[in-house]
Design a protein around this ligand. Structure first.
Ligand SMILES: C[S@@+](CC[C@H](N)C(=O)[O-])C[C@H]1O[C@@H](n2cnc3c(N)ncnc32)[C@H](O)[C@@H]1O
Length: 285
């Protein structure tokens, strides 16, 4: 039998916590922009390290951090405690259907954040429909998905065949296809804006944030760029050919003369995308 491809998030709690910490300022900014004055209940679905849940708790009286993995929820609990955030925690599955999802969440919410979780569901549209069912009339759903992963390398780095960065992105896409095959995914041959509209949401819009750090990168910015490449090469390795694997190994080895950390021509460009939609009020407005 072949090795399973899907990530076991229980093994990656340190990485999830690191993401919550690193993105704390971004989550604060998003919470400030997206929470409405009358919101009473909010949820962070597929909360990982709990970064968005913590940011929401500064603005909304009741916030639930929701995840399918008990070890991940435990990590989010410890992060929230360190931040002094008062959260509820709920264990559940976005693929469990609307009734059991709403029950696990303890009722509908005014604002729901779902960060990079829906693409894990075998039936993404059904999962979105389930999330939308737990948004109160007039409430909003924000979905972080898609975007453009960090681009760091020049086209030709002098190690391996030119185009390493582009082939890393292709490997990511191939891995996604393999994961979908493994879980017997239902195709969703349309974009997230269409998916939100099909889930019954209105005023659907897209929020794109660019992270644009020109060369040369130094200090934390360089560390972050290298860590992001290391993570993705690790996840997508099985979908890279042997020559590309060898080139990445050399480039990411601090002991090598080709180590990327020696270069002054690395840049960091990423687009982080959030899709937003509003649940109609009871009168369909
Ligand atoms: C890529 S991580 C995203 C973490 C965080 N939201 C972020 O954006 O940094 C995906 C998270 O979704 C959770 N997850 C995966 N499948 C799920 C499901 N079917 N129901 C609920 N949570 C799920 C995982 O345990 C993990 O914490």
């Amino acid at each position: 039998m072949s090795e399973p491809i899907a990530l076991d998030y229980a093994e990656h709690t340190a990485w999830l916590l690191d993401g919550a910490r690193k993105d704390a300022e971004r989550f604060r900014r998003l919470a400030a922009d997206l929470v409405a004055p009358g919101d009473r209940r909010a949820a962070d679905i597929g909360c990982g390290g709990g970064g968005m849940a913590v940011a929401l708790a500064a603005r909304v009286p009741e916030v639930t951090a929701f995840d399918a993995d008990p070890a991940v929820l435990e990590a989010a609990r410890s992060y929230a405690a360190r931040c002094g955030a008062d959260l509820e925690f709920a264990l559940g599955d976005i693929a469990s259907g609307p009734e059991s999802f709403v029950a696990a969440l303890g009722g509908p919410v005014d604002f729901m954040w779902a960060g990079h979780v829906v693409h894990h569901a075998a039936d993404q549209q059904a999962a979105l429909d389930t999330l939308a069912a737990a948004v109160a009339p007039g409430g909003r759903l924000a979905l972080a998905e898609g975007g453009i992963g960090a681009r760091v390398l020049p086209w030709d780095v002098g190690v391996g065949r030119p185009g390493l960065q582009a082939r890393l992105e292709t490997a990511g896409s191939e891995r996604m296809i393999a994961e979908q095959c493994e879980r017997g995914a239902v195709p969703m041959p349309y974009g997230w804006t269409a998916a939100l509209a099909k889930a019954g949401l209105r005023e659907v819009r897209t929020l794109n944030e660019c992270v644009d750090r020109p060369a040369p990168l130094a200090g934390e910015a360089l560390d972050e760029a290298l860590a992001s490449l290391r993570d993705r090469v690790g996840w997508f390795e099985a979908f890279l050919d042997a020559d590309d694997r060898a080139a990445w190994k050399d480039l990411l080895d601090p002991g090598s003369s080709s180590w990327l950390g020696h270069r002054d021509d690395l840049a960091y460009f990423e687009v982080r995308t959030v899709y937003l939609g509003r649940k109609p009020n009871g009168d369909r407005s």
